[in-house]
Design a protein. Sequence first.
Length: 387
Amino acid sequence: MAPGTVSGVPSLSDTLEASYSIAVERYGGKPTMRQEPHSATDSLPVFIDADVGCDDALAIAWLLRRPDVKIVGMSSVFGNSSVQNTTANLLTLLDVLRREAPVTIGASAPMVYPRTNAGALIHGPDGLWGAQRSHDLDGVPAGAPGAIAAAARAYPGLTIIALGPLTNIARAVQAYPEDLVGARLVALAGAQGPGSITPAAEFNAFADPHALALVLESSLEVELVARDAFQALEPDHGFARRLEYEGGEVGRFLGRVFDSYTRAVNRQMTPVAVPAAAAVIYALHPELGMAVPATVRVVTEGELTRGQTIMALSEPHQAALALGTHGIEHLAMNVTTPGFDYEEALRQARARAPRNARVVLEIDAATMAEMLEAGLMEWGIERAVGG
């Protein structure tokens, strides 16, 4: 079987390359489809910023099995639960995996709004549905923005994977802008279509919209794995059971966590998405996603619209985003005026709304699901042979 091919489903070339021309027509730009995955001969430096809940635990466990990745730092942030819980959850996961990594405590609240407690609805009161182990956090250093900036200084071209609200990243951008120039940020955030926590907003964008807005104005190379894409990564209904029975100690832990998560998300126990895994796998395998250049704006106000991400993917929408309703009215009033250069006016408008991110709206979910399960099962193999 060819690499990237899953029995009974279309291959990557069928699912993504075949839709390339459709995407160009739909979005009006050139989607990025990298043809080569990250080389196993390299050691990719990665910093993880996460609000560790159930799906995050699976994603990080998968990442920590990768021999071609160097974890240079990890930080916690509020989101799926309080920062005290997400920090303890991260330490719990490292205990279960028997891995060590530098951990720094991050933001406990958004930049402007109070912290939402909505994460408890699907991740439980502690963020892991009771699987959290007790940890003394007094000895864990605080100051995630400084840790992120230090990692970016030490590893030019650092890949930062943000799985929760972007508060720590935004604070780092504010305090250490020069250190983060050229760093790649893969963030689980935003939606072009329907949201999750509200009809308009994806959870991480809603949790701290001001942070996402600030990050989009930064010098980071921003890639947003949107809900449109990550919602497609749904392991089959037997995934949790296979992990629990075939994945050793780690598999039992993750399988039980994922089973509780599945029951909370969907009482019918049909397949549910693993959002964080989509972002982590894409970060290492961008050939499994289609990234579209976009101008992204975030709505920061309004009970019904807070956290909505407006994604201008085509040049006309890019211009309209810059012009606003008043600007469009001005164009309409002057379009027949002698000497008025309509095309030049649109060009100038687009220049005022430059593309500030690449937005991942489609993924090869079948291949990602296969990779996720295979990677997690390796933990059982490692323990079985005494690794």
